[in-house]
Design a protein around this ligand. Structure first.
Ligand code: SF4
Ligand code: SF4
Length: 99
């Protein structure tokens, strides 16, 4: 058994982000989310909570790319191809600390 495992929130707090306010490196097709999705896999799969479920909203999820750790999970788990995924431009995005 692993003692005192680090929590994901603590790990995420060690990362540094340089957000490109002029380029969203990931976007979702809200029309697809609205009309096709019933499972919202992105909400449950994203480790950084970039996707949030909206109760009674016109679109069922909100998305914020700023805290993205570029893991690619949302692209893989979305069953409807709604996620348009790119890496951020050079100099932007997440910077991991390895210690
Ligand atoms: S899983 Fe895909 S289709 Fe469903 S809400 Fe998330 S991005 Fe939209
Ligand atoms: S790439 Fe990973 S961290 Fe970024 S939005 Fe998708 S699931 Fe979340």
């Amino acid at each position: 058994m692993v003692e005192n495992p680090i929590k994901i929130e603590e790990k995420l707090a060690l990362t540094k982000y340089v957000t490109d306010k002029n380029f969203a490196h990931i976007t979702i097709n809200e029309e697809i989310c609205k009309t096709k999705c019933k499972t919202y896999d992105c909400v449950y799969g994203c480790p950084a909570e970039c996707y949030k479920l909206v109760e009674d909203g016109d679109v069922p999820v909100t998305f914020d790319y700023a805290p993205c750790v570029e893991c690619g999970t949302c692209r893989l788990v979305c069953p409807h191809g709604s996620v348009d995924w790119h890496y951020p431009h050079g100099g932007f995005g997440v910077e991991f600390k390895m210690s």
